[in-house]
Design a protein around this ligand. Structure first.
Ligand code: DLL
Length: 433
């Protein structure tokens, strides 16, 4: 347990932050070059050696890593420490074919949890708080990350995991939870349920730390009003450790990136060129302190803007905006990463034509996934019962591919609008960005 407001780090001068980053980057590049043949080959292909990287100014010389590399190197190809030195594995919320596994040494867990502890402190957390963690536990990083952060801070931690809303609310009232950690959509649902049951007076929440998916300012306002709390955003990704890569402070105007551990760049997603501060582009991270799974120049696919403007909280670490979209077509539905190509694979395997539409909506603060699929003329002449059975079969196949439920509707041939340019397969009505 300790004091995780670390002004000497979080409010350090830009020169000091830069000095840490220069030193740690040089060390990290050597560590990766010597221990990760996969990345060494990428560097050699680009004609870069560790000697070429003398400071952050040289970062642009290093090759990028993408999710495709992580899949190629699955499961151990990017490991930079012997497996016997690792103490934990976590994985992304994607499904089997797309899963990414990340490894942690004890040192890596400590720094990850420290980042989460900083996020809790920035939301007003102290050792006297009761922190209710309703992110999923298990392979997903949400539960374990915030749980670890809360422990580090010395707060009383309620490891609830997600679901079972009745029990969540009962514990929240009985045990006087003061900080709530979950996805924003679950927070909105909890808020609604608490108000409906007339229990608003019986909760003692003061703050919430909500992330893992996009949420709007309107949603923030709604949750804050209903629960009488301040709602803070938190960002992160499994590949880079999990939640806590960046987090909001009292200013609630963007998330401070833990720059003593991660170097952030914004690039043009088309050309890979590094963009100046204030320009919108794809966020790229280099992890400079991790031992087991230290990714260099990892392309997150999240689109955002960085800002070095002075923050009223006193922290000097660079701030990122909420992600404003993605440079690939990944959707996050109910917290699960969904690629349209996975849906297409299921449809084509089952003999459907590639004419389909994916519609995502938010119903009662929860995501709903609808898939409309055209039948072939032969299928269309089937009986109503056969068609209904086909729909059920597709629901099952999609559930097993995606891990979540999708509503399926089979429609007549040639009813889904054809496009003259790129097919518009996804209609996201959630207005998240
Ligand atoms: O979602 C880690 C996390 C857990 C973050 C709990 C915050 C709280 P992944 O499952 O690997 O990890 O998904 C990472 O989720 O690239 C973003 O596209 C998206 N994402 C994460 N946080 C936010 C956020 C966790 N605050 C992917 N706002 C990332 C918008 C977010 N999108």
């Amino acid at each position: 347990m300790g004091n995780y407001y670390q002004p000497e780090i979080e409010c350090a001068s830009r020169e000091q932050i830069r000095a840490w980053q220069d030193e740690r980057l040089v060390k990290q590049v050597r560590h990766v070059y010597e221990n990760v043949p996969y990345y060494r080959a990428l560097m050699e292909k680009k004609g870069v050696t560790p000697e070429d990287i003398r400071s952050v100014d040289d970062l642009h010389k290093l090759p990028f890593l993408t999710k495709a590399d992580l899949r190629d190197a699955y499961p151990y190809g990017l490991l930079a420490k012997p497996l016997s030195d690792c103490v934990r594995i976590q994985s992304t919320s994607g499904t089997t074919g797309r899963r990414v596994v990340a490894f942690y040494t004890q040192h890596d867990l400590d720094l990850w949890e420290e980042c989460c502890a900083r996020a809790l402190v920035a939301a007003g957390g102290t050792k006297d708080d009761v922190v209710q963690v309703c992110y999923g536990y298990g392979l997903f990083t949400g539960g374990p990350g915030l749980n670890g952060g809360s422990h580090k801070l010395g707060s009383l931690t309620l490891p609830m995991s997600s679901g079972n809303t009745d029990r969540q609310i009962q514990f929240m009232c009985d045990l006087g939870s003061t900080i709530l950690c979950c996805t924003p959509s679950y927070a909105a649902y909890l808020a609604e349920s608490i108000c409906e049951r007339g229990l608003r007076d019986q909760i003692r929440l003061k703050a919430g730390i909500f992330g893992a998916e996009a949420w709007s300012e309107e949603m923030r306002q709604d949750i804050q009003d209903k629960l009488g709390i301040k709602a803070y955003d938190i960002y992160g990704l499994t590949e880079i450790s999990g939640p806590g890569v960046s987090f909001e402070c009292s200013a609630q105007t963007g998330m401070h990136i833990n720059e003593d551990h991660f170097i952030a760049e914004i690039i043009d997603p088309e050309t890979g060129e590094v963009l100046p501060d204030g320009e919108k582009g794809e966020l790229v991270f280099t992890s400079i302190t991790k031992e087991a799974f230290p990714l260099l120049r990892y392309r997150t696919r999240d689109i955002c803007i960085l800002s070095h403007e002075k923050c009223s909280c006193g922290r000097t670490h660079v701030k990122m905006t909420k992600p404003m979209g993605r440079s690939d077509d990944m959707l996050i539905v109910k917290g699960v990463n969904v690629f349209p190509s996975q849906i297409e694979t299921v449809l084509l395997n089952k003999g459907y034509p590639a004419n389909y539409q994916i519609i995502v909506t938010r119903v009662n603060n929860s995501d709903q996934l609808d898939v409309e699929v055209e039948m072939t003329p032969e299928m269309f002449s089937d009986t109503v019962k056969d068609i209904s059975n086909r729909e059920k079969e597709l629901v099952e196949a999609l559930k097993s591919m995606l891990g979540i439920y999708a509503h399926v509707k089979l429609v007549s041939p040639k009813t889904i609008a054809r496009s003259e340019g790129k097919a518009v397969r996804i209609i996201d009505k959630r207005k998240l960005y």
